[in-house]
Design a protein around this ligand. Structure first.
Ligand code: XMP
Length: 517
């Protein structure tokens, strides 16, 4: 396999994803677990050292095990990975100033210029400098013996370095992210020169996932939280295929769903897919507990906690139920990873990961934990799910709660549902639904003054959000035409009582997140 040593970058899994796109099998292990003994046992064919938030200039900072450098296998170091490689092999790394003139820290787009020919760079620099995504405070200031420079950027004289004879490569930027448009090519080159043939497919993934589920579950009963989104639909379909009617789905109506969603989803799964589905009407429980709460993390934790309680309640009624299946995806895991002691920083507590109590009465089945949304869609197609399921925009577990910044009230939720329905209707009518990764309305915790007819209004403002994305990790706002925006604003204000002002959110991710909370 190809081993990725994770030093805690927010985007480590994107490396794995780039490798899966090349049909290469890889494993990610946190640096703490990668010991000399572990390396000897795993015998990887190549290693990638990820980025990470630490500084190699700090004593005791994470490193690759020393035995890695005696194994004679290709190694690619990215950002922090490049820096630790340099430090361990005899180069020098210095801290850069983050602000103020003359600093060498770099965050954002940069251009790298070629400084030599290298097998890793096949297909690069054919049209001049390459755009890359930088995100670093420290930088390499002296390269280790045997290394040479193959690419430079204004702030990173050692943007690409290599010891070609040993197949050691280091890049200061992140080739795995979308903002390095030709980054995938570097991974393609790396796996090729490391001798991988690329026989790993989604079909293989599906068979392995089914075998794993059967092994984990045995003859026990499983309950699965169904939301009607792509993730839980694929999870349910996969489990159904693996264990048939040992699966019971529970659809929790937490009162934070979109218009008509509960009816649509339950009908769809019972009728179309022939699954056992329990409809759990828990609107009062959730909305009651959220009353008066305005802090985003508190809201997320309340919802996450109640979800587990509700599942347990229903699980208790299903004889032999020992497992809870969830459609947790990799972006949910990575952004919550500090809960499980991993090295990266918490951005949000995703309800399906962060809210889990230590002593849950149910064991977890999370067959999508390593996948990104589009890979889940590919798996869904592999499982024969209808295109209408697979094409749905993602909808977060905490639902409308995180699209209603500040305190949630039933009044605001009703207004939000109406506005959201009009907005999505507009997007569908204009044929834009499939071009957009996710679109929704957020109702703002502010009333503004307006004039309608001859009267004064004092109603809520809302924000429209629409983004394009490949995996939810990074996103750009969608460039609607002014005509579309104007028409949609008019429709929302005319058709939805309680809203008198419509804004469009033009923040990309980063620095924003897709959801408002
Ligand atoms: P953010 O807002 O973090 O969202 O940029 C990235 C993607 O994840 C979805 N999301 C969630 N999904 N439980 C989920 O199942 C959650 O708690 C959650 N929070 C955000 C979000 O809709 C977007 O697709």
């Amino acid at each position: 396999c190809l081993l990725i040593i994770d030093f805690g970058s927010q985007v480590t899994q994107l490396i794995a994803r780039r490798l899966r796109e090349q049909n290469v099998y890889c494993e990610i292990h946190p640096y703490q677990n990668v010991t000399d003994a572990m390396l000897a046992d795993l015998t990887p064919k190549a290693v990638i050292l990820s980025g990470g938030p630490d500084s190699v200039t700090r004593g005791g900072s994470p490193r690759a095990p020393d035995s890695l450098w005696t194994m004679g296998i290709p190694v690619l170091g990215i950002c922090y990975g490049q820096q630790t490689m340099m430090q361990q092999l005899g180069g020098l790394v210095e801290g850069g100033k983050i602000s103020g003139g003359g600093g060498t820290a770099e965050f954002g787009r940069a251009k790298v210029t070629s400084a030599g020919t290298l097998d890793l760079l096949d297909g690069w620099f054919s049209d001049g400098p390459e755009q890359v995504w930088m995100s670093h405070g420290d930088h390499v200031s002296k390269i280790a013996p045997g290394f040479e420079v193959y690419g430079t950027s204004p702030n990173a004289p050692f943007a690409i370095i290599a010891d070609a004879s040993r197949h050691y490569y280091g890049v200061q930027f992140h080739p795995e992210v979308h903002h390095t448009p030709r980054g995938a090519k570097l991974y393609e080159n790396f796996v090729r020169l490391a001798g991988f043939k690329g026989g790993w497919t989604m079909d293989a993934y599906r068979d392995i996932a089914i075998a794993k589920i059967r092994e984990q579950v045995g003859d026990k009963q499983v309950i699965c939280g169904l939301s009607g989104g792509v993730d839980s639909s694929v999870t349910a379909a996969l489990l159904h295929e693996a264990i048939g009617d040992q699966l019971t789905c529970v659809f929790v109506d937490h009162g934070l769903l979109r218009l008509n969603e509960a009816d649509d989803v339950v009908a769809m799964f019972r009728d179309n897919m022939n699954l056992k589905v329990i409809y759990a009407d828990e609107k009062e429980l959730f909305l009651g507990a959220l009353e008066g709460q305005s802090d985003p993390e508190t809201k997320r934790k309340i919802i996450g906690g109640l979800f587990i309680d509700v599942f347990q309640k229903y699980a208790n009624e299903i004889e032999g139920a020992e497992f809870l299946a969830q459609g947790t995806l990799y972006p949910d895991v990575i952004e919550s990873v500090s809960f499980s002691g991993g090295p990266s920083v918490t951005i949000k507590s995703h309800h399906n990961v962060g809210g889990l109590p230590e002593k849950m009465g149910l064991k977890l089945v999370e067959p999508l934990r390593e996948l990104f949304k589009d890979e889940v869609r590919a798996l869904g197609r592999e499982l024969g799910l209808p295109a209408s399921f697979i094409g749905r925009h993602p909808f977060p577990g905490p639902g409308l709660a995180i699209r209603c910044p500040g305190e949630i009230t039933r009044e605001k939720l009703d207004i939000l549902r109406q506005a959201d329905a009009v907005y999505i209707d507009q997007i569908r009518k204009h044929g834009l639904y499939d071009e957009i990764w996710q679109a929704f309305v957020a109702i703002l915790p502010v009333r503004t003054v307006g004039v309608m007819g001859d009267g004064r209004t004092y109603d809520f403002a809302c924000a429209l959000r629409a983004v394009t994305s490949v995996d939810g990790m990074t996103a750009d706002y969608y460039p609607f035409s002014h005509d579309f925006l104007g028409e949609t604003a008019t429709r929302i204000i005319n058709e939805v009582a309680g809203i008198n002002r419509v804004t469009y959110d033009i923040t990309s991710k980063p620095p924003g997140t897709i959801e408002w909370e």
